[in-house]
Design a binder for this molecule. Structure first.
Ligand code: DX5
Ligand code: ZN
Length: 228
């Protein structure tokens, strides 16, 4: 049976009380940390010193999602800062294979992200270089946006390609994940789910994590990676 993992995004948490907010999601599988530079995306969040400190107090491993330009230059620093996984955008990287190898060499998992309109096919040959592929289900930059169903066929194609490698590469979706949309994403083949507003926007984040995980695990077909 496929294990479905839930990574709450602290983008929707209280930035003035991050340590307490991390403990409210301690039953999740990792914490998703969105780094934005106001250049690759039109929003600004936090950077390396804050991520390093979050790592020191977090009960969960850090899944760092870099939405920054010149990512080949900056991403290795996040691996050095103790991130369990570092995700960089294909659209922002000049040498994605080199960068993935550098992240792994520094002890982090390597993950590649694609915006909704970026095709996955040009990157399939580099799947063995990756521990995770992130298919954005909203345009990156903000929490609380609606899930883009147009990404579902790409999730199916990516799942089939991952199965073809025979490697344990995770397939993550990020953006607009709720107890409704997680069904469609899981059915299409995703197995790691980022959720911001649908976790921290509720009164009980731990219960929201549990609900999302249960819905994803129970999705028909989700355990067999079915590709139509
Ligand atoms: C958006 C970020 C997401 C965001 C998701 O660019 O990458 O991680 O926090 O927020 P929701 O779940 O509210 O769409
Ligand atoms: Zn994210």
């Amino acid at each position: 049976m496929r294990s479905c993992r839930i990574h709450p995004s602290i983008l929707s948490a209280d930035f003035a009380n991050l340590e307490a907010e991390l403990h409210r999601i301690a039953t999740a599988d990792a914490v998703h940390v969105d780094v934005m530079d106001n250049h690759f995306v039109p929003n600004l969040t936090l950077g390396l010193p804050v991520v390093r400190r979050i790592g020191e107090v977090s009960p969960l491993p850090l899944d760092v999602h870099l939405m920054i330009s010149e990512v080949d230059r900056w991403a290795p620093g996040y691996a050095d800062a103790g991130a369990s996984s570092v995700t960089f955008h294909a659209e922002a990287s000049a040498a994605p294979v080199k960068l993935a190898r550098e992240l792994r060499a520094r002890g982090s998992k390597a993950s590649l992200a694609l915006r909704p309109a970026t095709p996955v096919e040009p990157y399939l040959d580099m799947l063995p270089e990756l521990d995770m592929l992130l298919l954005m289900t909203v345009e990156p930059g903000f929490g609380g946006q609606a899930f883009l169903d147009l990404v579902l066929p790409k999730i199916r194609r990516a799942r089939a390609a991952i199965e073809g490698t025979g490697l344990p590469i995770a397939l993550q979706v990020d953006g607009g994940i709720t107890r409704d949309t997680i069904l469609r994403a899981a059915e299409a083949g995703a197995d790691v789910f980022v959720a911001g507003s649908s976790v921290y926007g509720t009164g009980d984040p731990a219960a929201a994590v549990e609900t999302l995980r249960n819905v994803a695990q129970a999705t028909p077909g989700a355990t067999e990676h079915v590709v139509e």
